[in-house]
Design a protein around this ligand. Structure first.
Ligand code: LP5
Ligand code: MN
Length: 267
């Protein structure tokens, strides 16, 4: 019998913020893809202009990622790599894998100068301690997804998958996306983050805030005596347009910057 994830202590990664950091931006779920250039351009412009000391990407930056070798022959993924590389030259950029891009490898990240974040991860920033996650692991009621996740996150599955020719991996990823989209359009109600598991993570980390994406339901919820901040997804190619940055200040204040074209948020 496997352990109950609601009460098992998580394996936490750790990011200790340097004393000089004043502002940290958190983004997730951009689902970048060549057919959605408006979203890419908004992200590229944001990355070039942000005044934050760090951009932490909490998963699903890419629509799908089937292996680092795919980026070598794909001009769009090369453009994404260039944005990451240029931004990482002037501030701290870190990437946590999501359910679409969990196969982004250390070679791609180090080629871009991007730091890896494991999921979940404790961000220690002065007196603040917060847990960061993509969020999919918390959606426990989605049993079919959790079984799928357990399989595709295993080292054996990944070795076998990455050994397949690129065209086969792309076809499998397309089939998986079709399956996932058809589930969405069937009207299935998606699970939200499990409150007991989320609180267990906070307690294990000695933290009072959790920040995650994945559910695409941006909001700030009470969680125990703390808060759960849910990030927005991005799309400037499909209405309703959304492009939101969750910005934290040293000391704990936060704002949500809306970067859709009709607003005038300053970065
Ligand atoms: O991503 P989103 O928001 O649509 O839905 C997610 C869950 N879906 C996924 C799948 C991804 O969308 C696509 C993965 C791309 C990764 C590329 C590399 C690896 C390729 C792997 C090929 C096998 O994560 C969705 C959740 C939803 O979030 C809400 O939390 O419900 O979960 C699913 O749709 C999974 C199914 O519920 C269970 C799948 C069982 C396997 C069925 C196989 C079907 C045939 C596919 C052939 C490979
Ligand atoms: Mn996701």
């Amino acid at each position: 019998m496997s352990a109950d994830p609601r009460t098992t202590a998580p394996t936490l990664g750790r990011l200790t913020a340097p004393a000089a950091w004043q502002t940290v931006d958190l983004i997730s779920d951009l689902h970048l893809q060549a057919s959605e250039m408006a979203t890419f351009e908004a992200w590229r412009d944001y990355m070039a202009r942000t005044t934050a000391d760090a951009v932490l990407i909490l998963g699903d930056l890419f629509e799908v990622w089937v292996g680092d070798d795919a980026a070598e022959s794909d001009p769009f993924l090369q453009s994404c790599a260039q944005v990451l590389r240029q931004t990482a030259q002037r501030l701290h950029v870190a990437f946590m894998p999501g359910n679409r891009d969990f196969l982004v490898g250390p070679a791609f990240l180090s080629d871009c100068g991007v730091h890896a974040l494991s999921d979940p991860c404790l961000l220690q920033w002065g007196a603040q301690r917060m847990v960061l996650s993509h969020g999919d692991a918390l959606c426990l009621d989605d049993r079919a997804y959790q079984a799928f996740r357990q399989q595709v996150r295993s080292a054996d599955w990944q070795t076998e998958f990455l050994a397949k020719p690129l065209h086969e991996r792309l076809a499998l990823a397309r089939a998986m996306r079709t399956q996932s989209e058809s589930q969405k359009y069937s009207g299935a109600v998606y699970a939200d983050a499990d409150a007991i598991m989320a609180l267990n993570w906070l307690h294990a980390a000695g933290a009072n805030r959790l920040v995650h994406g994945h559910t695409h339901q941006p909001a700030d919820h009470p969680l125990g005596t703390g808060l759960r901040h849910v990030l927005s997804d991005w799309s400037l190619d499909h209405a309703p347009h959304r492009a939101q940055v969750f910005r934290m200040q040293r000391g704990g204040d936060f704002t949500r910057l809306d970067l859709t074209p009709t607003t005038n948020s300053t970065l």
